[in-house]
Design a protein. Structure first.
Length: 286
C-alpha cells in the first residue's frame, strides 16, 4: 500500500481513538487539534490505554514501541498534513468548519493525498468543492468507540474516483475494520439513518411523558437484544453531536420534525453532553 502517513484532524472523542487505530495498524500518524486541552487529554488517553492493552495481551511491545515513536500530537495543521498520504478529518460536526479545514488541507497536503471526513451525516460533495481534488474527497465514517467498533462506511459520492474508494477500503481493512461501501450519497449514510429513527422516537416518548429514560432503555435492550438503550447511546456518542446534527438537518430541510427534541435541547443548553461532561440523560459523576 502506498499510504504510509495519516493525518487525523481533531483529537476529541473520535480523533484520539482513530489516531490509535491507525498507529496500531503500523501507520505513521499526526493528530492535530486547535485546542491544547484536547491534545493533552488525547495524549493522556494514549498513555493510559497502552499498558492496559498490554496487560490484556492485546498489544505487543513492538506495537507499543511503534505507537510511541510514530504517533504525534501537534497543534499545527501545516506540520500534521504536509507529508500526509491520507487525512481523516474528525473535527466538530459543522459544515462551515469542515469546508474551511478542507480548503486549508488542499493547500498543505501533497497533491496525491486522499482527504476523508469522518462526518456522521454530512456528505462529502458538500465539502469536496472547497478543494481542487474532489475525486480524492470522500466520507470514511467510523463508529464510537473507534478502537472497538468494526464497521466503517465508505461513501462514494458522484465526484469520487474508483481508485480513491479502493484505497480507502484497503486502509479500512488494514485498520482491522469491516468497510461497507455506500454506493450513493445519502444524508446519514446507513447506520446513523437507522439509529436516528430509534433515538428520535425514544426522545418523543420521553418528551410526551409516556415512559422514563430508564424504562425506555431497558425495554429497547430487552426487546431487541441491543447492548445499550437509545439514551445510553446518546450519552456515549455525545448530546452536543446529536444536537448539532439535528440543527444542521433542520437548517437544511426547514422541517420542524428534524429539530432536536426538547429533552436533547435542554441538556445541550445546560452543557450536559453525556459521559464526556459527566452528565447527560444519566448522571456519571457518582
Ligand atoms: N461521537 C461519535 O459518536 C461520532 C461517531 C462517528 C463520527 N463522529 C464524527 O466525528 C467528528 C468528531 O466528533 P467527536 O465526537 O470526536 O467530537 P469532539 O467534540 O469530541 O472532538 C472534536 C475535536 O475537534 C477539534 N476541532 C474543532 N475545530 C478544529 C479545527 N479547525 N482543527 C482541528 N481540530 C478542531 C475540537 O477542539 C475537538 O477536540 C464529527 O464530525 C462527528 O460527527 C462522531
Amino acid at each position: 500500500m502506498n499510504i504510509k502517513t495519516i493525518c487525523i484532524i481533531g483529537a476529541g472523542l473520535m480523533g484520539q481513538q482513530l489516531s490509535l487505530v491507525a498507529a496500531q495498524a503500523g501507520f505513521k500518524v499526526y493528530c492535530v487539534d486547535t485546542s491544547s486541552e484536547a491534545l493533552k487529554k488525547a495524549q493522556e488517553f494514549v498513555a493510559g490505554w497502552m499498558p492496559k492493552q498490554k496487560a490484556k495481551g492485546k498489544l505487543t511491545d513492538e506495537q507499543i514501541e511503534h505507537i510511541t515513536k510514530n504517533l504525534h500530537f501537534v497543534n499545527s495543521l501545516e506540520e500534521a498534513a504536509k507529508n500526509a498520504d491520507m487525512v481523516i478529518e474528525a473535527a466538530i460536526e459543522n459544515l462551515a468548519i469542515k469546508r474551511s479545514i478542507f480548503a486549508q488541507l488542499d493547500k498543505i497536503a501533497p497533491p496525491h493525498a486522499i482527504l476523508a471526513t469522518n462526518s456522521s451525516y454530512l456528505v462529502s460533495s458538500k465539502i469536496a468543492d472547497a478543494t481542487s481534488r474532489p475525486d480524492k474527497v470522500l466520507n470514511m465514517h467510523f463508529f464510537n468507540p473507534a478502537l472497538m467498533m468494526k464497521t466503517v462506511e465508505v461513501v462514494q459520492g458522484p465526484h469520487v474516483s474508483d481508485d480513491t474508494v479502493a484505497k480507502v477500503m484497503e486502509v479500512a481493512r488494514a485498520f482491522g475494520k469491516n468497510p461497507a461501501l455506500v454506493k450513493r450519497e445519502i444524508y446519514g449514510f446507513l447506520c446513523n439513518r437507522i439509529f436516528s429513527v430509534l433515538t428520535k422516537e425514544a426522545c418523543y416518548l420521553l418528551d410526551q411523558g409516556i415512559a422514563s429514560i430508564e424504562d425506555i432503555d431497558t425495554a429497547v435492550k430487552g426487546a431487541f437484544g441491543h447492548p445499550m438503550g437509545p439514551f445510553e447511546l446518546l450519552d456515549m456518542t455525545g448530546i452536543d453531536l446529536e444536537y448539532h446534527l439535528g440543527m444542521e438537518r433542520f437548517r437544511e430541510t426547514g422541517s420542524l420534525a428534524d429539530r432536536p427534541s426538547p429533552s436533547l435541547t435542554e441538556r445541550f443548553g445546560k452543557g450536559d453532553y453525556g459521559r464526556k461532561t459527566g452528565k447527560g440523560y444519566y448522571n456519571y459523576q457518582k
